[in-house]
Design a protein around this ligand. Structure first.
Ligand code: CUA
Length: 334
């Protein structure tokens, strides 16, 4: 009993947090998400009314039946009344279903509109991370990053979704519904954020052992801040500034790292794993699994399977000195 009392406030707090965070379908941050949230609330309200009406009618009929036990009187009148009730019930059901279908149609229509001036971002799903490429006609203007996306506030963004391996699903609860990333196929989804903030997202389709550790963040910022971020991301990786960082770069180029990752401005140009050109500018590593700190980076390089069993990142055993230099170099890639 006491336990239930303790859990009650906790549940209320959790529910409040779930409805007010930047990871909540009930806390929409854009006109499209607002449409989905309104539709959800409408369906919940109508379903609640229908449920209460049905239960009310059931209780009423049981009580009435009990009262009416005895010799039948006015049989005909009661039958007429019953038919009237059944007719009203069917008519109300039809009207309710048509109203809900129309509301759904209106929202879907609004969601399927694709503004011509939208910025395009190609989002490719991998087990278990997100490859992000800003689509520009000029290849030199294409920002490439992973797991952490930046967009300007108010500007429509069209995500072009595909996958390199299995089916994943892109979901930013406060900004959009779920949309699948399918190998060999592209889907599109438009996102418009009407307020700045950091929004979290999650892969929403079971895609393997580390499905739950396939997170992403969307930073919505002012157009000026976005442009500053974009210009910085377009630059090459900063060259090593100290002896340790130089040693770290040598370790990167001679160990297995170079086989999977890109660092612009160096010989590393593989695209199997995330682009690391500006790794240190990201808040997390391993798709939101760990905070981006030197200690976490070192343990991720040494034993990725301990952190994220089933992830595609292979273990790299390095002597402590090389590992320290490597993390120092990666930490300098701002
Ligand atoms: Cu990717 Cu679940």
């Amino acid at each position: 009993m006491r336990r239930a009392r303790d859990i009650g406030p906790l549940l209320v707090l959790t529910a409040l947090a779930a409805c007010t965070s930047n990871h909540a379908a009930l806390n929409p941050a854009g006109p499209r998400a607002q449409g989905i949230a309104s539709l959800l609330l409408l369906f919940c309200a109508v379903s609640s009314v229908v449920y209460l009406t049905v239960i009310g009618a059931l209780v009423w009929s049981l009580l009435r039946r009990r009262r009416q036990v005895g010799p039948p009187d006015g049989e005909r009148r009661r039958e007429q009344q019953s038919w009237r009730l059944i007719g009203t019930g069917i008519a109300l059901t039809v009207v309710t279903l048509i109203t809900l279908a129309l509301a759904d149609f209106v929202v879907q229509r609004r969601l399927s509109a694709h503004p011509a001036d939208a910025m395009r971002i190609v989002l490719t799903g991998h087990q278990y991370w997100w490859e992000v490429e800003y689509d520009e006609e000029d290849p030199s203007q294409r920002v490439r990053t992973a797991n952490e996306i930046h967009i300007p506030v108010g500007r429509p963004v069209e995500f072009v979704l595909t996958s390199r391996d299995v089916i994943h699903s892109f979901w930013l609860p406060s900004l959009m519904g779920k949309k699948d990333l399918i190998p060999g196929h592209t889907n599109t989804e438009v996102v418009i954020a009407s307020r700045p903030g950091i929004f979290t997202g999650q892969c929403a389709e079971f895609c393997g052992l580390q499905h739950a550790q396939m997170r992403l963040t969307l930073t919505v910022e002012t157009p000026q801040d976005f442009e500053r971020w974009r210009q910085h991301q377009l630059s090459e990786g900063s060259p090593p500034a100290s002896e340790s960082e130089r040693h770290g770069q040598t370790v990167f180029m001679s160990a297995s790292c170079i086989l999977c990752h890109t660092i612009a401005g160096t010989p590393a140009g593989a695209t199997v794993g995330p682009d690391l050109t500006h790794l240190a500018s990201r808040g997390t590593i391993a798709a939101g699994t760990l905070a981006n700190t030197p200690a976490n980076l070192a343990s991720w390089i040494l034993e990725p399977q301990r952190v994220k069993p089933g992830a595609m990142m292979p273990a790299t055993s390095l002597p402590p000195q090389d590992l320290a230099a490597l993390t120092m170099y990666l930490g300098s890639l701002r």
